[in-house]
Design a binder for this molecule. Structure first.
Ligand SMILES: [Mg+2]
Length: 231
């Protein structure tokens, strides 16, 4: 078996969190700036760093790094405080748990995440739905690292290569996500991109973005394994 690195997107790929995350974003904005948010960015597939920068700029507030860091903390605290609401309104997407478990059985395969969420919220969100066990959060790429998703993929590959002493690259790295951002970020790094049409993007959108394979969902575990591993 070849060394492989599977990098999962979180929102609308593994879980859905309902509309609560928009409320949390608005509350964090108010807490950090003292103002009500007037421009809600399109949240899908974007990094928190990018979203915060856009929201602050649209409000006429300079998006300096210290303010963005405060925002990250407010988002994480907001998420923790709304845990019950998120669990009530959100869900694990069908097949996600089985897919994580199936990959965990593949020898020499490591699973982590590339997500627009900051590291703490990535962990919190998956922990709410019982999906943390198979994922190495010490590696991965997070929305606190950079605004560009392609950079998050690069960092995830570098961190995993260093942590595991392996040279992950090319089709040994598989990004799985629900938006064209996930696909483009993967291909910018020359790695494999699997689209899952469980978010707002359609199969056609993901094909048009250049996905190596698109699945309607994660329900068929064998199909997920085949798509990712090329077997
Ligand atoms: Mg997503």
């Amino acid at each position: 078996m070849t060394d492989r690195l599977v990098l999962w997107d979180i929102d609308r790929t593994l879980i859905k969190t309902g509309g609560v995350t928009v409320d949390i974003f608005r509350a964090a904005f108010r807490e950090v700036t003292g103002e009500d948010l007037t421009h809600l960015p399109d949240l899908g597939g974007r990094t928190d760093h990018d979203l915060i920068t856009e929201a602050l700029t649209a409000q006429g507030i300079a998006p300096d790094e210290a303010l963005i860091r405060q925002f990250f903390v407010a988002l994480t605290e907001g998420l923790r405080s709304r845990r019950d609401d998120i669990v009530a309104s959100g869900c694990v997407l069908p097949g996600a748990g089985a897919a994580l478990a199936a990959f965990a059985e593949v020898p020499k395969l490591v699973q982590s995440v590339v997500t627009g969420n900051v590291r703490e919220t990535a962990y919190e969100k998956l922990s709410m739905f019982g999906l943390t066990d198979r994922i190495d959060f010490a590696v991965g790429g997070y929305g606190c690292d950079d605004g560009r998703r392609a950079t998050l993929v690069r960092l995830a590959v570098e961190r995993a290569s260093q942590a595991y002493g392996r040279g992950y690259a090319g089709d040994r790295v598989i990004v799985i996500g629900d938006t064209p951002h996930d696909i483009v970020g993967a291909h910018a790094n020359g790695v494999r991109a699997i689209g899952v049409a469980t978010g707002r993007s359609t199969t056609d959108d993901l094909v048009a973005a250049g996905a190596d394979m698109v699945l309607a969902s994660l329900v068929d575990t064998d199909a997920v394994l085949r798509a990712a591993l090329g077997t």
